[in-house]
Write a protein that binds this ligand. Structure first.
Ligand SMILES: Cc1cc2nc3c(=O)[nH]c(=O)nc-3n(C[C@H](O)[C@H](O)[C@H](O)COP(=O)(O)OP(=O)(O)OC[C@H]3O[C@@H](n4cnc5c(N)ncnc54)[C@H](O)[C@@H]3O)c2cc1C
Length: 636
């Protein structure tokens, strides 16, 4: 039976591939011809010609992702400073603007395509029991391939960084300034909110063109008394359910590239080299001063010096890797690989944290609309009408982002401070399941094996369905990276270590039970929402709907929410595992900072793009303070 199903699945992929590709080509052509707002020819960032590269810059920034774009734009505000941004990827392709296209770029040339090490505890339904970790290899970095959800985390996260963890200046009341500085809040009703910024580079809006399920999701949450009081997770309180806000501009993606770089790249003191792969840092062994970097561009190796500082902003996987290949990291890892040790820093690559989720709580249902689906059935919507609606009507399917039409934050019984408004679970209510795209996109992104897909999802193929995915917000488990080679091109080993601490699984099971409770409400019963029974085939020995059943789902359909952080931890000098100090300077070296998601000591209660933008805004200000850009020590 399995072999037959797998054969059917494979053929369906092959048969749908051609028509889908044709629609995408049509869409791309239509954008080029009729959507100058997306083509954005005048503002699109252009790389300098490599002959124009200067031998030395005041600041060299490695990586043009969420953090790197902020840093390049903010540091080049000072016309007396020269700034170089080196990014391994190219500019964003046109289709990246479309929210609906977000998962398509996983496993594409715009993705670094990392894989975690095999485990028998998680990702059991995935190819070789490895979890697939995409990261953006493009200007804008992961902000250009992410799902655009704009969530800042909880005020207690930052008070914890500053108070208990000893990083002065990072308390919520300080970092709020930088969240606001980055933001241009355009959602009606928040014009006067003191929590939001206006006129900043990153526009924040509501997602457009939701499915009719959004209202059902909200009704179900209301029936459990879980509606968010004012719909703003980034405001006064976090707990509750509401449609999330997105980093969107006119309904389209607002990446860090679009927000920060397109308005600053033409400054004469800012040079950008795209397709520039940084291979290592040059550090003078005696003084431990970082002199510059080597990078490869067009098959030629170049060196460039930094008069003031090099700033690593290559993200949570590449920043620690670049430190290690340059001799900065745990001595016991570097020496066997023949890397001369410059600075023993045992914390480099350690303290890895991520938001783990379960993508398997998929519910089929009966549409209340007699002749149409209520959820997104991708092949039906991938047609010329949707293309026309998008190109000429500025509306429809391609504006939608089904992954989390409604988002929720709840506290399980394991959250010690029950009244604290510090939720330990986030939930995404998404209006499509793995069956909705026939396995072309979601299955591929999650790396679910063909056999497993055929067994568990083929029976519900193209049926109306939704998913409720819980995320463990502050996992206790810690993973680590391990260098495999002195060559920066070879990905490090990623030991994700999900569910190493049993409490993380216990919280996940509670999250899945909250999800299931939502499906037992009158609003959901009207749809006859039914858990996809075929996933039970993975663990037939457990009792249906028991804790062991939910655990089985979590272990098979373990899904990263793409938030790896913490691998260059910010910490005070007393913590031997710290990598950067609270001003983000790398310990023991001169002229080097790390400023990106890797410096977070603990993962925030929410998605990580907005916190990374905040860190980079604050990091840029600290650099300006340290180099006396501000005559009176004030803020711009
Ligand atoms: C698929 C996906 C979905 C996500 N969804 C959301 C979401 O909805 N909301 C949210 O808040 N967060 C989301 N995130 C997470 C968020 O986007 C990241 O936390 C954030 O972008 C991290 O920023 P960063 O600057 O640390 O790294 P990145 O943005 O990844 O930037 C690193 C940059 O460095 C470059 N680089 C790496 N190595 C080198 C090298 N050797 N030489 C030169 N350049 C190099 C990379 O190409 C990249 O451009 C998602 C992430 C992904 C991948």
């Amino acid at each position: 039976m399995t072999a037959v199903n797998t054969f059917v699945t494979m053929w369906r992929f092959l048969l749908t591939l051609g028509p889908s590709a044709l629609v995408i080509l049509m869409l791309n052509k239509g954008i080029k011809d009729y959507r100058p707002d997306i083509v954005d020819d005048q503002q699109r960032v252009r790389s300098i010609r490599i002959e124009q590269l200067r031998p030395s810059y005041d600041f060299v920034i490695v990586g043009g992702g969420s953090a790197g774009c902020v840093l390049a734009a903010r540091l080049s505000e000072n016309p007396a400073w020269s700034v170089l941004l080196l990014e391994a990827g190219g500019d964003e392709p046109l289709l990246m603007d479309l929210p609906q296209m977000y998962p398509v770029f996983q496993r594409s040339p715009w993705d670094w395509k990392y894989l975690t090490e095999q485990s028998d505890r998680y990702c059991l339904a995935m190819e070789d029991q490895q979890c697939f970790w995409p990261r953006g290899k493009v200007l804008g970095g992961s902000s250009s391939i992410n799902a655009m959800m704009y969530v800042r985390g909880n005020r207690r996260d930052y008070d914890h960084w500053a108070g208990q963890l000893g990083n002065p200046g990072w308390e919520y009341n300080n970092v709020l300034h930088y969240f606001r500085k980055a933001e241009d809040m355009r959602v009606p009703g928040y014009e006067h909110s003191s929590y939001h910024g206006h006129g900043g580079p990153i526009t924040v809006e509501r997602y457009r063109s939701p499915s009719p399920l959004l209202d059902v999701f909200m009704e179900a949450a209301a029936e459990l008394g879980l509606t968010h009081p004012d719909g703003d997770f980034n405001g006064h309180t976090q707990m509750g359910f509401a449609p999330p806000h997105g980093t969107l501009r006119d309904g389209l993606r607002c990446s860090a590239n679009k927000g920060y770089m397109r308005r600053s790249w033409q400054r004469p003191n800012l040079d950008i080299v795209l397709k520039a792969f940084v291979e290592r840092l040059h550090i003078e062994p005696g003084s431990k001063r970082v002199l510059g970097v080597s990078f490869e561009h067009g098959l030629v190796r170049h060196q460039v010096l930094a008069g003031k500082e090099v700033i690593l902003a290559a993200g949570s996987l590449a920043s620690p890797q670049l430190l290690m290949v340059s001799g900065v990291g745990p001595a016991e890892q570097l020496q066997p690989l023949g890397i001369p040790l410059v600075q023993h820093l045992p914390g480099v690559g350690a303290n890895l944290q991520d938001h783990i989720s379960t993508s398997g709580a998929i519910y089929t249902f009966e549409s209340l609309q007699p002749d149409s689906h209520m959820s997104f059935i991708v092949p039906e919507l991938l047609n010329k009408d949707s293309v026309r609606d998008f190109i000429h009507g500025h509306k429809g399917f391609f504006y939608a982002m089904p992954v989390s039409e409604v988002m929720g934050f709840v506290s399980t019984r394991f959250q010690v401070e029950q009244d604290a408004d510090w939720p330990d679970v986030q939930l995404f209510m998404g209006s499509y399941g793995y069956g909705a795209d026939g396995g072309m996109i979601g299955r591929r992104g999650a790396a679910i094996t063909l056999d497993n897909y055929a067994n568990a999802f083929e029976p519900i193929i193209y049926q109306d369905s939704f998913v409720i995915a819980p995320l463990v917000m502050r996992p206790r488990s810690r993973g680590y990276l391990q260098l495999r080679s002195p060559d920066a091109r070879v990905h490090p080993l990623i030991h994700a270590n999900y569910y190493d601490d049993p409490l993380d699984m216990a919280i996940m099971v509670e999250g899945l039970k909250v999800a299931h409770r939502l499906t037992q409400t009158p609003a959901m019963r009207r749809l006859n929402a039914t858990l996809n029974i075929y996933e039970w085939r993975n663990c037939p020995e457990v009792e249906y709907l028991s804790d062991a059943f939910w655990e089985c789902l979590a272990r098979y359909y373990s899904q990263t929410i793409y938030h790896p952080v913490g691998t260059c931890k910010m910490a005070p000098a007393a913590d031997p595992m710290g990598v950067v100090d609270p001003r983000l300077r790398v310990r023991g070296l001169r002229g080097l900072r790390v400023i990106d998601a890797s410096i977070m000591p603990t993962i925030p209660t929410g998605n990580t793009n907005a916190p990374t933008l905040m860190i980079a805004e604050r990091g840029a200000d600290m650099i300006k303070e340290d180099w006396h850009h501000y005559p009176h020590g004030g803020w711009l």
